[in-house]
Design a protein around this ligand. Sequence first.
Ligand code: SF4
Length: 358
Amino acid sequence: MVELIDKEFSKEYNNLVESESVLPMKITEFYKKKVLEEVSQIGTGGPLYKSVIPTKEKMIISTSKETRDYVEEDKHMPIEGVDYIIRKYKDRLIFIITDVCFSHCQYCFRTYNLSKLQKSNLKETISNKIKVLKKYLYEHNEIKEVIFSGGDPMSIGYKNMIYALDELKNWNIRIHTRAIVYNPNIFDENMIRLLKKNNVRLVFHINHPYEICNVVENKIKQLYNSSIRLYAQFPLLRGINDNYKVLKMLLIKMDELHIRPLSIFIPDPIAYSATYRVSYKRIIEIMNEINWSTPSWINSTRFVLDTTIGKVRYENIKSWEGNCIIFEREGKRVKYYDLDDGIDIPSDINKLLWKEKI
Ligand code: SF4
């Protein structure tokens, strides 16, 4: 069996989990098999490996302006003392229904808050959370949609999902999930029927075309054939998909499977993320390469940065001096600090797409 991480480094990383609130390594058997296959072909550090296995670079590489929570979710919690309801927009809100994920993505932008929630002894039950949520929803009837987020909402299991969807049947429900690549069998026949019955929108988080193996593909087809609306949004990540050829392959695959890609997210400038981030200059290059080389059903996918003033795009840039970019939206401005020079080294395409002949 190939070792995914050496024992000494594993100890070092576990110390960081305790002292710095980063997420511990967690990986499903299903995904681990793919990582092992990748390692046996190209060694460690490939795209699927980097998604779930901590690396020394993650610990060492940092850039000058990083925060713990760039989008300041705690400033968008409308109820005092309630950390599982986040509201940034008038007509919808995020409901952190669970803090559990099937696997931990090493680049997770919610790392800090998720880690705090996972370590907290004050765990609310799903029924308590829903009680609080419903009260708030009834007091704010301009909210039409509840976005289940987490953690991975699919990890709550079938019985909790029946309960949650039934309790919230008066609102549109969207589920953001990475379960399709970590644990696709969670979408069994009962779950698919339940999601269909409640007219749920599923938004997948899939980063790389090699995450869509035959099992995942068949599961997506089953969901589509059950008339469930399928969407995707995912981050642009160095070492995982930071080349337009990877994105193009992924977006074409999604189109074939009737998944509508909504957004490609620019990773937040948070601590321990520099090894995953791409410089804004190169983000523009990747956007242009996609634009020039693909039809509109591919290049209409938006590259967005989530900020405290909402999502912003390239068109929202107001000024750019050194590595400080200022975005403006609806009269409000927000600063974004780009990577320091020399950090963003483009990934080798032969490693990112090691199964192809490039
Ligand atoms: S599944 Fe989502 S919430 Fe969980 S670690 Fe990955 S990105 Fe973060």
